[in-house]
Design a protein around this ligand. Structure first.
Ligand SMILES: [Zn+2]
Length: 102
């Protein structure tokens, strides 16, 4: 397979509205509001080849799943379903927000 010249690609895209940048920004904002369900840590999007295969026709950027930067937990950002448990021993501060209110 021969790859296209990047300059040729840019020439073809001249005048075409950019729908990718707003979609990426929207996803970044959505993920910045998410917290890990296990430890409350910050998360980032993680997209696998499987996520790309499941991309719907109306999606510009795949949602993928959310990976916790602290414990490594992997979960679905929409349903909260945990795909991979993280290692809670990697959490330095106790997750006091998960404790019942006194
Ligand atoms: Zn976590």
């Amino acid at each position: 397979m021969e790859l296209m010249n990047p300059d040729d690609i840019l020439a073809l895209l001249e005048g075409v509205p950019d729908i990718i940048t707003p979609a990426v920004e929207a996803r970044r904002r959505r993920f910045s509001d998410l917290k890990c369900p296990a430890c409350g840590g910050n998360v980032r999007p993680e997209v696998t080849a499987e996520d790309l295969e499941r991309l719907r026709a109306d999606e510009v950027v795949p949602d993928g799943r959310a990976r916790c930067d602290t414990c490594g937990c992997l979960f679905d950002p929409t349903t909260g379903l945990i795909a991979e448990r993280g290692d809670i021993r990697r959490v330095i501060e106790p997750a006091t927000h998960l404790l019942p209110k006194a």
